[in-house]
Design a protein around this ligand. Sequence first.
Ligand code: HEC
Length: 108
Amino acid sequence: MKKIHIHLLSIIFATTGLVSQPVLAADVAAGKVGSATCAACHGNNGISMIPMYPNLAGQKEQYLVLQIKAFRDGERKNMVMSAMASGLSDTDIINLSAYYASLDPAGK
Ligand code: HEC
């Protein structure tokens, strides 16, 4: 079990490493289009209007990638977010993360 876990972690880190490579440049505009479904909860500008829902604007891009993948892959569990992330491809996640990371954390 331990070995499998370590292996999984190394895959996650390897994938994250790739994200920072300019070769896989994220498409912020595509991320913005994809974020329409997220805006209901996380706000149009990445600032949530609901106390229970986190702000995403200006969050670190690689952290967002890791969290959305964790929801999708069942490593982080939340009824709402697991469902939201289940249909996303790696490319969708990279683009959404780049979009939210590009937003002003002050909501401007
Ligand atoms: C119906 C409401 C809802 C929608 C729609 C929604 N989310 Fe979430 N999101 C949440 C909630 C609630 C949490 C907090 C989950 C938890 O407690 O673990 C969350 C957490 C997150 C987090 C983790 C933030 C952190 O600081 O760790 C990310 C990233 C995220 N959502 C991205 C998205 C993206 C991208 C979309 C669109 C594809 C989306 N969400 C759509 C409700 C929503």
